[in-house]
Design a protein around this ligand. Structure first.
Ligand code: HEM
Length: 400
């Protein structure tokens, strides 16, 4: 009897449970009517997929549009917790903090997700393609053109191309650049590429070392940049020979073609000015990253750019002129990396032509002495200048 009663109760309970399940709302969105700016499941899922969500109706619930927090409308006051979080998220909350640090009053920075997705996605993908594409192009160039040899008969005489101080400046700049490039790439590609390869335990000290190298070697890079600017700017002012040199592709693509050039040819001038402009820009954004929130520069730059009308003409719309301190840092990081990728691609080509790509080139930065025939083929006008100076002063081969 007891058993029969127990079975009956069990059956009844299961039937009730099944009925309750059937009558549950089909989807959350059909039943749920958002109040006070609460997010819907669709909003959250769309945001997670990286899609744009129209949040204007939620934004209207914050700031001055919301009831004052001190009004007597229950235990939470005039604003519910979600109102407070929304206002914090959209920067309309009246936040008071006990420190004067520039970013302390920002408790939620909504645009951070945008930056994170660009950094992990677009930036890493296209930056990686740019470097790999440059390496492939250089390999193809080597296979098609081969090493650029000294065409004429070598004289056995050398001519001084760069003084010790010039070479010191070059190698300080170059070695620090290489260290910064490698440590920067480890930082950017560590999580997606190196952790799966090495494991987290092995990657951690590498990441720490990369950060140390990157933050400290930056000073050597900036010093190197100053030295090369002081040493070489005067030799890199464009002249009439540059256009002719460029028209002939510098003779790089045709055997036996040697367009005349002074100390630096047009190709080298492009490399030099590329180093100066990108070196200064990467140093500025690097300093902004090294001293967080102390050197914001993007809101100001965007205001100036907006006034020129260029961003609008390019279809970028009005660039943000007011941003949270964190967003300044995020723009600094993105710009720093974009410039670094272009800079690295350019320098890969430079390293190729200064080493395996051209016979006799490396000596200029190695010993500082180059074969006279090499100098005549690649810098004929400079050789004439050096010889004229030698003749007038009676001195040995000066480095001018
Ligand atoms: C192992 C790597 C490198 C090698 C073998 C190398 C080699 C050379 C050589 C041989 C020259 C003199 C060319 C001539 O006599 O006309 C030169 C010049 C120069 N290098 Fe490098 N370099 C290297 C890395 C770098 C790096 C990393 C930078 C900058 C970030 C750099 C910037 C320059 C500049 C601005 C010049 C003067 C302009 C020019 O010749 O293009 N170099 N380099």
């Amino acid at each position: 009897m007891l058993r029969a009663l127990f079975a009956l109760i069990l059956t009844m309970m299961m039937t009730v449970a099944a009925t309750a399940q059937e009558s549950a709302p089909a989807t959350e969105s059909e039943e749920f009517q958002p109040r006070s700016g609460a997010p819907t499941l669709e909003d959250i899922l769309a945001r997670q997929r990286g899609e744009d969500v129209d949040l204007s109706w939620r934004l209207d619930q914050t700031g001055t549009a919301a009831a004052g927090i001190s009004e007597q409308l229950g235990t939470l006051g005039g604003a519910s917790n979600s109102d407070v979080f929304l206002a914090l998220r959209y920067g309309t909350a009246d936040v008071t903090v006990s420190t004067n640090a520039p970013a302390a009053g920002v408790l939620i920075q909504d645009r951070g997700m945008w930056w994170y997705q660009v950094r992990e996605g677009w930036l890493s993908t296209w930056g990686g393609y740019l470097l790999l594409g440059t390496i492939v192009a250089l390999v193809l160039f080597y296979l098609l053109r081969g090493r650029i040899m000294i065409d004429g008969t070598k004289t056995g005489r050398t001519i001084t191309r760069f003084s010790g101080f010039e070479r010191f400046g070059h190698w300080l700049f170059a070695s620090s650049f290489i260290l910064l490039g490698i440590s920067g790439l480890i930082t950017l590609f560590g999580r997606p590429l190196l952790i799966p390869l090495l494991g987290k335990d092995a990657f951690a000290p590498l990441a720490l070392a990369s950060k140390w190298v990157h933050n400290n070697v930056a000073w050597a890079f900036m010093l190197g940049l100053v030295i090369i600017i002081l040493n070489w700017t005067v030799h890199n002012i464009p002249n009439k020979h540059d256009l002719k040199w460029l028209a002939k592709g510098g003779g790089l693509f045709t055997k036996g073609s040697h367009p005349p050039a002074k100390k630096f040819n047009a190709g080298q001038k492009l490399i030099f000015w590329g180093c100066v402009v990108m070196g200064l820009s990467i140093s500025a954004s690097g300093l902004s990253l090294l001293f967080p929130f102390e050197l914001p520069m993007f809101a100001k730059t965007f205001t100036i750019l907006n006034d020129t009308g260029i961003p609008q003409a390019l279809g970028l719309g009005i660039l943000p002129e007011q941003m949270a301190p964190h967003e300044e840092m995020q723009f600094a990081q993105l710009w720093h990396s974009i410039v670094a990728f272009v800079f690295m691609a350019m320098i890969l080509a430079h390293i190729y032509i200064g080493s395996v790509g051209m016979e006799g080139a490396f000596d200029a930065m190695g010993s500082g002495e180059v074969e006279e025939q090499w100098a005549k083929e690649h810098h004929s006008l400079w050789v004439e200048e050096v010889k004229a100076k030698q003749a007038s002063s009676g001195s040995a081969t000066p480095a001018e």
